[in-house]
Design a binder for this molecule. Structure first.
Ligand SMILES: CC(C)(COP(=O)(O)OP(=O)(O)OC[C@H]1O[C@@H](n2cnc3c(N)ncnc32)[C@H](O)[C@@H]1OP(=O)(O)O)[C@@H](O)C(=O)NCCC(=O)NCCS
Length: 125
């Protein structure tokens, strides 16, 4: 049964500006080491960081409150061998998800040159 959905759109140009202004400080605060490594391995890191940022926001929406928006790094997006994005949760956010009996978190990301979009679906068995 689907128990939550969330979607978020991120302006890639704005993300680029934030990265230019705050650089490493912003990255360290919001993204995990693996997310950073993946993005920096790509030609346009800010595009991939935008997609990951959209997923973090979409997840907070899907959960529907009860989360602290400062826990960015408790959400980690990674790609499987086929390139499909998957999610890992840590700490309090992981505990919150299991407290709500959510068994799967499905995500999808798309980018063009202007925007990244992230979608999250929460499922309960
Ligand atoms: C999967 C595919 C449709 C993505 O199309 P695209 O236009 O490059 O994708 P978008 O620009 O809209 O979005 C990029 C995001 O798609 C996601 N993505 C990549 N491969 C994916 C896949 N196989 N399944 C689901 N999502 C995928 C990633 O999250 C990526 O963003 P990220 O690199 O920042 O994580 C395209 O790569 C494709 O047709 N590949 C060939 C078929 C294939 O590889 N199939 C998978 C194995 S069965």
């Amino acid at each position: 049964m689907i128990v939550g959905i969330g979607i978020d759109l991120v302006d890639i140009v704005r993300m680029k500006g934030v990265l230019e202004r705050w650089g490493e400080r912003f990255i360290e605060r919001v993204f995990t080491e693996d997310e950073k490594e993946y993005a920096l391995s790509r030609r346009y890191p800010h595009i991939h960081l935008s997609g990951r940022f959209a997923i973090k926001e979409a997840l907070f929406k899907a959960i529907g409150g009860g989360t602290n928006p400062w826990i960015w790094k408790e959400v980690e997006v990674f790609n499987d061998r086929g390139g499909a994005p998957k999610i890992r949760l840590y700490g309090g956010l992981k505990r919150l998800i299991s407290k709500k009996f959510i068994t799967s978190v499905h995500i999808s990301i798309s980018h063009d040159h202007a925007y990244s979009i992230g979608q999250v679906v929460l499922e309960k068995k």
